[in-house]
Ligand binder design. Structure first.
Ligand SMILES: Nc1ncnc2c1ncn2[C@@H]1O[C@H](COP(=O)(O)OP(=O)(O)OP(=O)(O)O)[C@@H](O)[C@H]1O
Ligand SMILES: Cc1ncsc1CCO
Ligand SMILES: [Mg+2]
Length: 264
């Protein structure tokens, strides 16, 4: 079961253990996600040279692969890092940014699924439907589907890949193909800041590093994301201030805040 107590327990573990999270992520969000990982208590490293990723995995506690701004060398690095992470046995979290928008993204996403075998996949409704090969419309990196409408696709994707699948949106849905957790925290302002989804994926890497139950780890990370986002929105006058307030809120978030705000 996911409750305020279990969320706080994992948040405390992240702050105490400060796991090193190796990110191969996109140019747009690199700084935001590194700061979000630091603010929540984890330790980020961004490394994408094919020459070094396998070595970096040897000291990392989780790998986050985000295909937001792809090119050939980056894909090589993602596949090398993914295989090294599988070999070492650390969790692999995958964000299929913009899958469904171009044939290249579809091809790369399929390679990552097959060769890196992610433990957790996090995307918005359109991305999860596209990844599950459900006929869907896509609009670049933003979703035009609700999370609820992507749930059947998410369950299928989870079962086929032996992974936990997270659909973010107005509600966050987290499934292993059988069980489904729902998190209703968040705010309408969050999708107005670029890379909030990428940040959710990065935080999921930190939580997966401290909790070997991938379903719970993913749900706890999404809850922290939604609760911090909701509290930060109350202090913001628009997307610009939300970006700053969100980082501060991740840093300050207390057990009492979680108990008061968590909306399953
Ligand atoms: N309409 C909404 N209401 C409440 N919360 C939302 C809403 N849309 C998104 N969120 C929250 O924003 C966060 C990011 O999710 P979103 O679905 O926007 O990711 P994304 O589309 O992958 O973003 P990006 O590609 O820019 O990183 C999630 O934690 C989610 O709960
Ligand atoms: C806007 C954008 N384009 C590629 S990655 C990215 C960040 C949000 O996913
Ligand atoms: Mg996204």
């Amino acid at each position: 079961m996911i409750d305020a107590k279990s969320i706080s327990t994992d948040l405390k573990a992240v702050r105490e253990q400060s796991p090193l999270v190796h990110n191969i992520t996109n140019y747009v969000v690199m700084n935001n996600t590194a700061n979000a990982l630091l603010a929540v208590g984890a330790s980020p490293v961004m490394a994408h040279a094919p020459e070094e990723v396998a070595d970096m995995i040897q000291i990392a506690s989780a790998l986050v692969i985000n295909m937001g701004t792809l090119s050939r060398h980056w894909v090589d690095a993602m596949l090398l890092a993914g295989k090294a992470a599988r070999g070492k046995g650390i969790p692999v979290v995958f964000d299929p940014v913009g899958v469904g928008a171009t044939p290249y993204r579809n091809e790369v996403a399929a390679q990552i699924l097959e060769q890196c075998r992610p433990d957790i996949i996090r995307g918005n409704g359109s991305e999860i439907m596209a990844l599950a090969n459900t006929k869907t419309r896509t609009k670049g990196v933003d979703s035009i589907m609700t999370s609820r409408s992507a749930l059947d696709s998410a369950k299928e994707l989870a079962s086929q890949n032996g992974a936990v699948v997270v659909i973010s949106g107005p509600e966050d849905l987290i499934t292993d193909g059988t069980h489904v957790h729902t998190i209703k925290n968040g705010s309408l302002l969050m999708p107005k800041v670029t890379g909030m989804g990428c940040t959710a994926t990065a935080l999921t890497g930190a939580f997966a590093a401290v909790n070997s139950d991938a379903l719970k780890a993913a749900a706890h990370a999404m809850a922290v994301m939604g609760i911090a986002g909701e509290l930060a929105t109350k202090k913001s006058s628009g997307p610009g201030s939300l970006q700053l307030q969100f980082i501060d809120m991740l840093y300050q978030l207390s057990e009492a805040d979680i108990a008061q705000i968590f909306l399953p």
